[in-house]
Design a binder for this molecule. Structure first.
Ligand code: HEM
Length: 471
């Protein structure tokens, strides 16, 4: 691992691709967008653990490795998760603003702390037991739809499933049609909102107008559900829990806050999980002996049935497979923090408002932390222990994923049920790349077989080949 010096460095000796013409920095950011893995690796290998990508207004720095992760993620007053003016471009008072900015990911400081404390009970280990049956039911529905011999994009199927799970556990809806409609509306809003914020012009057909309309519909629907749930004290879904929760002073979440949090849970909760399921299934397909061992464990314990809550704790191989999948293909490959005042990091002087990127992907492949870092070795987790700053698929510190236990439960249930019933084979010679959001590009083409244990790994092409070493 690269080392840091304790003498603050001035701009003439900054470690990074400085000295390029102005466009050079922008070109670098484009590279991050187009070839995220190669770009992060090249920065780390060339410049070490502190890399200055742009040095002027605003400064952008990449900070790699557990020491930097610790400093960035355990000092929430010095390093915020958001730029102060990130919501200023959007006109206030619309349903879109209420839905988009009322959530933990957009908050810092006292407000974040207070809201997070109110949300924590809904994701406590004791509470997520209530979501277990929903996860099983939705998975069963999906697996019943699959036909042996069919070919499809596994990423798309996993997105459908995780969307259904998150909407069902959030709102507890029995009306399947409404569940699907709500999920689709949220997905559509996600798709166009970026363009809408880029050009907030309200004319017929513009992305901004569409985003306003969808946000208004969602606002109305969720507000109506909040009213209904207030009359159902026995409900155990996430929204019902969030409505009931209050702190020691009797402070509760307002309706606007409830709506914002629901939408953020949807956004944060399904793409990440879908990517993790897609890549873990892929890694298992590429490592037949590991898949065989995992199936032995599942068969011995579950005999073809979905896992109970107790059984989920007694499947060490499944736990190792999930953790190792999240290590090699972390659904959030990098995260951002912003310095609230001038400070020093890794020997570099940072100006106030500097953006700093840390990376789960790079940390998870440091050889001093992980022997043979590019190998898929689930068994390492039988004995290996790592600190929250050395293994951080869910990030660490104040903004750490509030639903990490929920996600782990979901990943294990879906994998256990899928693998016992089906064998998934990747299309031979498929070209697989991945983007900054860790999506399999252009998708994960697979063929479904009944689980016949005829495991063999399929040759694939694309940049994914550089992501791991096969035996
Ligand atoms: C494999 C699945 C998941 C991964 C890898 C993941 C990863 C993360 C990461 C890295 C963060 C921190 C972001 C930051 O520091 O800026 C985060 C935050 C968050 N995640 Fe997850 N997540 C997953 C699943 C979920 C699910 C299923 C939900 C909800 C049902 C969820 C809800 C949230 C929320 C609300 C936050 C914001 C926490 C805060 O800012 O205090 N996540 N997640």
């Amino acid at each position: 691992m690269a080392t840091t010096t304790t003498i603050p460095r001035t701009s003439s000796s900054l470690p990074g691709p400085q000295g390029l013409p102005l466009l050079g920095a922008k070109a670098k950011m484009l590279q991050l967008y187009l070839h995220p893995v190669a770009f992060l690796q090249q920065l780390y290998q060339t410049y070490g653990d502190t890399v200055v990508v742009t040095k002027n207004d605003p400064m952008l720095v990449f900070a790699f490795g557990p020491q930097h992760n610790f400093r960035l993620l355990s000092n929430p007053d010095l390093f915020h998760a958001n730029h102060e003016n990130s919501s200023k471009r959007v006109p206030p008072g619309t349903a879109l603003t209420r839905i988009w900015f009322n959530n933990l990911l957009r908050m810092d400081g006292v407000q974040h702390k207070q809201q997070r404390r109110l949300m924590m009970p809904s994701f406590h280990k004791k509470q997520i037991v209530h979501y277990h049956n929903d996860m099983i039911d939705q998975t069963q529905r999906l697996l019943d739809r699959w036909e042996v011999g069919a070919e499809f994009n596994l990423l798309r199927e996993m997105q459908r499933l995780t969307q259904a799970i998150v909407v069902k556990t959030l709102f507890g809806l029995d009306d399947e049609e409404k569940l699907q409609r709500l999920g689709d509306q949220m997905a559509k809003l996600m798709k166009i909102v970026g363009l809408g914020f880029l050009m907030p012009v309200n004319f017929p057909g513009s992305p901004y107008r569409q985003a306003l309309q969808i946000a208004q519909t969602l606002d109305t629907e969720i507000r109506a559900m909040i009213e209904q749930k207030r009359a159902q004290p026995e409900a155990t879904d996430v929204l019902a829990m969030l409505i009931q929760t209050h702190d020691e002073d009797g402070e509760r979440l307002s309706d606007d806050q409830l709506i914002g949090h629901c939408f953020a849970l949807y956004v944060a909760g399904h793409e990440t999980t879908a990517n993790a399921l897609t890549w873990t299934n892929f890694l298992l397909e590429q490592h037949p002996h590991i898949l065989a061992d995992l199936l032995d464990e599942l068969d011995a314990k579950l005999h073809g049935a979905p896992p109970t809550i107790e059984q989920l704790r007694e499947l060490p191989m499944l736990e190792g497979v999930v953790k190792e999948g999240l290590r090699l293909f972390p659904p959030a490959m990098a995260g951002l923090r912003v310095a609230t005042e001038a400070c020093e990091l890794g020997g570099v002087e940072l100006a106030a408002n500097t953006s700093i990127m840390y990376s789960q992907f790079i940390t998870h492949r440091i050889p001093e932390l992980y022997e043979e870092p590019n190998r898929f070795k689930p068994e390492r987790w039988l004995t290996l222990e790592r600190s929250p700053y050395e293994y951080l698929p869910f990030s660490a510190g104040h903004h750490m994923c509030i639903a990490s236990s929920f996600a782990m439960q979901e990943l294990k249930i879906v994998l256990a049920m899928t693998l016992q019933r089906y064998r998934l084979a990747v299309r031979p010679n498929a070209k697989l790349d991945l983007d900054l959001r860790m999506h399999a590009k252009p998708g994960m083409p697979i063929r479904v077989f009944a689980q016949d244990r005829q495991f063999k790994s399929t040759p694939v092409r694309g940049t994914v080949r550089d992501m791991f070493v096969k035996d």
